[in-house]
Design a protein around this ligand. Structure first.
Ligand code: NAG
Ligand code: NAG
Ligand code: NAG
Ligand code: NAG
Ligand code: NAG
Ligand code: NAG
Length: 906
């Protein structure tokens, strides 16, 4: 389609200018000529840019798409000089179109005062087959060579939640996610509705590459609250980053090697981008391919336990010339044996972690013609070893036993500072030291969930003592009108109430330093009820599957306390936020299931009534996923669970899954793949407390739960159906989020709340913080999936395909090895004790054989019978005399080390 070019009414060089190409209507601002508005032609009521807020963001230091930042030095000079087109704006100078073409060019020299004697920077927009092309040219006008040590292109689209109601946020806003993948890197801008049209920004031409993603600082204050809960702030795409890497980021291992460019005197270099529309979110990668770039698709993703054989599929018109790995030996990447069955432009590679690898590893794919792509991996210990180390760490290093603690926090599994290698017993954010809120309850929540799914005798004892002596009767109120209530914090700052306590000399003046009345005496925070009920439920489950491990109370006592804690939260009228979806409330679903399975029918129906009331409110709201924040990625888990599972509200359930797609990307980078957007909880639970994009905070595994359940529901409804690209996309994000959930655990077994993504940090936070929520999500969702992909054949997400012709044999390598999903049989099998050694699927008959063994790890409680449940639309168990009990089957191992359970086509 022809481009339409028109100047605004004022014929001055710097008038507001509109520009239309086939896929977009763009508007460039008066004076600065930055991108002010970008509307997709496919939906002209929607704007990717925050054009309605432009007047509030048109000052010095406010970044927009079209700006440029530079750090350079003239040959012979030692110091870098910074320049920045947004710092102190001057009208830029329009240049005549270079010919009769319809491109728009501006000379940015007037607004780049620090470089104007050495460099001349011009910017042009043009029509590229209906897409928008943005092209910067940097000419060296000095008579010496100039080294460009940093070159950044700010990217501004509308993620400013501050200005809108929750419904408006969903309709108007998008999230910006990077794939920091060098020449194959790109940025995706996805709408919060989860449906399109979306935007993809790819490098254009040979010189551009995506080396680093630098957070931009804007002047603080302002009515839009840049870098606050309702406004994350913006980043820039850096082509070169050496000048930062050797100064502000000195000593920090960056995602890609930091480079610079030397432009000889009199010469110039250009850096261009293409802006394309992606109709849906699962089309982002095909949009990247259409722009002529390769893309890589990792199975099961990019967080890889050492015993897992991963694969990577590369889609490229260009031939792969060679593959490099850094650090050397961390991973072996080899053309796969199965490559022969794969059609061009695909090629398949095996990805095997080195036997002692741990942590970050980068694979560089070198293509013919010089293009380089980086794929970023994170290697962990084998899943069960990781969980064993974590359980040990929690119940030893984080086991607080000081009986003289005046706040009565002992015994407990309490917050930990991994730099100080000590408990966090005093914190201005009192809950972190008070066994409550996400940031303080997480360690006991994690230790509880560890026992629910992977009980170890010693650890169960620690958790029973915690429940008997600290949770039940200190953290929870055991008698009176408020029986079962959960206190807001055991620790508080109150020199009147605690005159002899040696409070440290820290700033206790903020709102977060609750006193006795606002901390200890308050019982009104719904989020806390999830943690307490989960601790009870976990021991119920231990008692049911390993009765010999309980020594203080029986399973009935724990189940009774679990459900009553939920009932108090939902039914007492004394608890705020209980009407919202709460993190980890999938546990409440498990509690309800268990009440039903135990035949506790009156309790089950009482709970179900309370939950139904809550869900029916959600069903009337356009945007029911809210929290106490203006926008959030926390409510979706619960809203989906109840809407789909118990109350059959498919409209709400579908809308919820779509919303997750909008904030949870898949890219070839462990830190961003399956990473649901979170960016303010370092302030509530982290040691390095700041607003900062969090890598693998609890949003990753918790939002994976609905995605995976939705995947199983849809795919299972017709197991013969071909996997469609949306289902496959959901599976990849879901597994990405679940597997991400153990990347937080280090080699010593310490679990960190999240990884700091800004380039001046790129490290795990030192606090355990709220990691327990992520770990809970991980344990509730971890599973090994087998699917047949139309292009790639038999694929496992979470396990190793050890044989790919009939029968297809899979060894689970996920951290629990208690759940398998067989796509073609629509079969989801879950174990409550024991583990799955392998399973075989017979495509010809639809039969599945599951080999069960007594334990997943030598530290896990042993069992002489494995308890198993399953759901399937297309298979049924061959009972061979096994009786249905508690909604499942007890499979005696009869002293044998293993047993096969068979499912046949129904
Ligand atoms: C503008 O158009 C002319 C003529 O088609 C072309 O030579 C030039 O490269 C274009 N400039 C940009 C920056 O796209
Ligand atoms: C560069 O910018 C400075 C500051 O605005 C100005 O004083 C100077 O005249 C400019 N030099 C050139 C060559 O444009
Ligand atoms: C960007 O503009 C420069 C100067 O007009 C031109 O040489 C270069 O080819 C353009 N790059 C792309 C990718 O169009
Ligand atoms: C597999 O890849 C690694 C590097 O990724 C290389 O060192 C090794 O030689 C390759 N092995 C085979 C059999 O090609
Ligand atoms: C449970 O805790 C209470 C109160 O601290 C204590 O008296 C009792 O001995 C504990 N029970 C067991 C079995 O340790
Ligand atoms: C769930 O609702 C759908 C309509 O949204 C209906 O077709 C289906 O029969 C319902 N299922 C159950 C179990 O009630």
């Amino acid at each position: 389609m022809a481009a339409v070019f028109l100047l605004g009414l004022v014929t001055a060089a710097n008038a507001q200018t509109s520009f239309s190409v086939g896929n977009f209507n763009a508007l460039f601002a008066q004076d600065s000529a930055v991108l002010q508005s970008l509307k997709p032609v496919a939906d002209s009521s929607f704007d990717f840019s925050p054009s309605d807020l432009f007047p509030k963001r048109n000052g010095d230091g406010n970044y927009h798409t079209g700006d440029i930042t530079l750090r350079f030095r003239v040959e012979g000079e030692a110091d870098w000089v910074d320049d920045d087109s947004a710092a102190k704006r001057q009208p830029v100078a329009a240049l005549p179109p270079e010919s009769d073409s319809h491109n728009l060019s501006w000379d940015l020299t007037p607004t780049l005062p620090n470089s104007n004697s050495s460099l001349r920077v011009t910017r042009s927009w043009s029509d590229l087959d209906g897409d928008l092309a943005l092209n910067f040219t940097i000419a060296n006008i000095d008579n010496h060579a100039i080294e460009i040590g940093s070159l950044g292109f700010p990217i501004e689209f509308n993620n400013i939640f501050q200005a809108y109601t929750a419904e408006e946020v969903t309709q108007k806003c998008s999230l910006i996610d990077p794939y920091i993948g060098l020449g194959a890197g790109y940025v995706q801008v996805t709408r919060l509705t989860g449906i399109g049209p979306n935007l993809v920004i790819t490098p254009l031409g040979d010189s551009n590459k995506f080396e680093a993603w630098r957070n931009l600082i804007e002047p603080s204050g302002g009515s839009l609250g840049y870098m606050s809960n309702p406004f994350e702030g913006f980043f820039e795409w850096q082509v070169y980053s050496k000048a930062y890497a050797e100064k502000e980021w000195n000593g920090i291992q960056q995602w890609n090697p930091a480079t610079s460019l030397t432009i000889p005197a009199g010469e110039s270099s250009s850096f261009a981008f293409r802006l394309s529309v992606s109709p849906t979110i699962h089309d982002v990668e095909s949009t990247v391919a259409k722009a002529g770039l390769p893309y890589a698709l990792g199975v099961p993703g990019y967080v890889i336990p050492r015993d897992l054989d991963a694969r990577i599929f590369v889609n490229s018109e260009k031939r792969v010339k060679s593959i490099d790995v850094s650090p050397a030996g961390a991973i072996s990447v080899n053309l796969s044996d199965t490559n022969s069955g794969i059609q061009s432009p695909w090629s398949a590679y095996s990805v095997k972690p080195g036997s002692s690898a741990f942590g970050r590893a980068t694979v560089i794919i070198n293509y013919d013609g010089g293009l380089q792509q980086s794929v970023h991996y994170y290697i962990t210990a084998p899943g069960p070893d990781t969980l064993a180390a974590f359980g040990e760490f929690l119940t030893t290093k984080q086991h607080y036993t000081d009986a003289s603690d005046p706040f009565k926090r002992a015994p407990s599994v309490i917050s930990y500072d991994n730099e100080a290698q000590d408990f966090v017993l005093q914190e201005r954010r009192v809950w972190i030291a008070g066994l409550s809120d996400d940031g303080g309850a997480s360690s006991f929540l994690a230790a509880s969930m560890k026992q629910a799914y992977f009980p170890s005798e010693k650890e169960v004892q620690v958790m029973e003592s915690f429940v008997n002596e600290t949770l039940w009767s200190d953290l929870q109120i055991p008698t009176g009108d408020n029986t079962y209530a959960v206190r807001k914090s055991l620790f508080y700052h109150d020199v009147n109430a605690m005159p002899n306590y040696p409070y440290e000399n820290i700033d206790w003046s903020g709102w977060e330093s609750w006193n006795k009345e606002t901390g200890y005496d308050a019982i009104d925070r719904a989020y806390n009820y999830v943690h307490a009920s989960a601790a009870h439920w976990a021991l119920y489950r231990v008692g049911r599957n390993h009765p010999e491990l309980l020594t203080m109370n029986n399973w009935q006592w724990y189940l009774d306390h679990a459900w009553n804690t939920v009932k108090f939260c939902l039914g007492s009228g004394k608890v705020q936020y209980s009407d919202l979806g709460l993190m980890v409330e999938t546990v409440w679903g498990l509690i309800l299931d268990d009440l039903i399975r135990e035949g506790w029918t009156s309790q089950a129906s009482e709970l179900e009534d309370l939950l139904r009331k809550r869900q029916s409110t959600w069903s009337t709201r356009p945007n029911p996923f809210g929290s106490e924040q203006p926008w959030d990625s926390t409510g979706q888990e619960g809203v989906y669970y109840w809407s789909r599972r118990h109350f059959n509200d498919t409209v709400t359930a579908d809308k919820t899954v779509a919303s997750i797609r909008g904030f949870d990307p898949t890219v070839a980078h462990w830190a961003y793949n399956g990473n649901a957007r979170r960016y303010w909880d370092f302030e509530t639970a982290g040691k390095q407390s700041r607003i900062e994009r969090q890598v693998h905070h609890y949003g990753s595994p918790l939002n994976a739960l609905p995605l995976l359940e939705n995947f199983r529901n849809i795919y299972s409804s017709d197991p013969q159906a071909q996997l469609d690209s949306q289902n496959f996309h959901d599976l990849r994000i879901g597994i990405g989020g679940i597997m991400a959930g153990i990347s937080n655990i280090d080699e010593q077994g310490f679990g960190s709340m999240a990884f700091h993504s800004w380039p001046d940090a790129l490290k795990w936070d030192a606090y355990s913080g709220d990691y327990g929520l992520a770990f809970a999500g991980h344990t509730m969702g971890t599973a090994t999936y087998l699917i047949q992909h139309p292009t790639f054949g038999w694929l496992s997400f979470g396990g190793n395909v050890v044989k790919s012709d009939e029968p297809v044999v899979i060894e689970p390598k996920d951290s629990l090895r208690q759940r398998i999903y067989v796509g073609s049989a629509g079969l989801y099998v879950e174990l409550e004790s024991g583990a799955i050694k392998d399973f075989s699927f017979y495509p010809s008959s639809g039969k599945t054989e599951v080999k069960v063994v007594p334990q997943v790890h030598q530290t896990a409680a042993n069992t002489d019978s494995v308890f198993l449940t399953y759901t399937s639309s297309a298979s049924r168990i061959l009972t061979n005399g096994l009786a249905l009990e508690r909604g499942g089957y007890n499979v005696p191992l009869d002293g044998a080390g293993e047993k096969v359970v068979t499912f046949e086509k129904a």
